[in-house]
Unconditional design. Structure first.
Length: 53
């Protein structure tokens, strides 16, 4: 509750949008870092999809 209240008391009307954009940058940056450092790769081939049978 304190976080929600604190975000409503910010002077900037776009505080929520800025916070979401910053979170997106953090997520994309962490995925990129894991791809570089840990040599993690996404497997997007159709054969990797689970079968419905």
């Amino acid at each position: 509750m304190r976080g929600r209240l604190r975000s409503h008391l910010q002077a900037d009307a776009n505080f929520g949008r800025i916070l979401v954009a910053y979170g997106g940058v953090v997520v994309v940056g962490s995925l990129g870092c894991s791809m570089l450092v840990d040599t993690f790769r996404f497997d997007c081939s159709p054969s990797s999809a689970p079968s419905a049978a």
